[in-house]
Design a protein around this ligand. Structure first.
Ligand code: THU
Length: 138
């Protein structure tokens, strides 16, 4: 099968990072998701003076796609201003497994180099709806 062209998705992640609101960490993160219908949704991190309220770029992008009615995420690109590759936080990994289980995750460093992975590789043994069902059945 041909690999989809992720050029526009990667560019969207890069530009999303320029829109980050990160006055406390000074660590802008850009994310973008590509949906099965071919649409791209961007996300950036959004911080708050009440620090724990901060929202990561990955979740902004995924929630934005879902809020627009999209349900199948083909790929998620994430760019951090680091020499190494982005390492999504645990909360975002949990959300990726549920909202984008079959997606390709493209990690990008500040040089624009890529590393590919998947939600399940990032979060093996994540909590899921099956556990909720089990509790209901007992
Ligand atoms: N951040 C993200 O947006 N995504 C990640 O995967 C890791 C961290 C944000 C949260 C916070 O605004 C800043 O980066 C530093 O933690």
């Amino acid at each position: 099968m041909n690999q989809p062209d992720f050029t526009a998705l990667i560019e969207a992640a890069r530009t999303a990072g320029t829109l980050a609101y990160a006055p406390y960490s000074h660590f802008p993160v850009g994310a973008a998701v590509l949906t099965a219908s071919g649409r791209i949704f961007q996300g950036c991190n959004l911080e708050n003076a009440a620090y724990p309220l901060t929202m990561c770029a990955e979740r902004v992008a995924l929630f934005s796609a879902y809020a627009a009615g999209e349900r199948t995420i083909v790929a998620l690109a994430i760019m951090t201003p680091t020499a190494t590759f982005a390492s999504p936080c645990g909360a975002c990994r949990q959300v990726m497994v549920e909202l984008a289980p079959q997606s390709q995750v493209i990690l990008l460093n500040r040089a624009g180099e890529q590393q590919r992975t998947t939600p399940h590789a990032l979060l093996p043994h994540g909590f899921g709806p099956a556990q909720l069902d089990e509790a209901r059945d007992t």
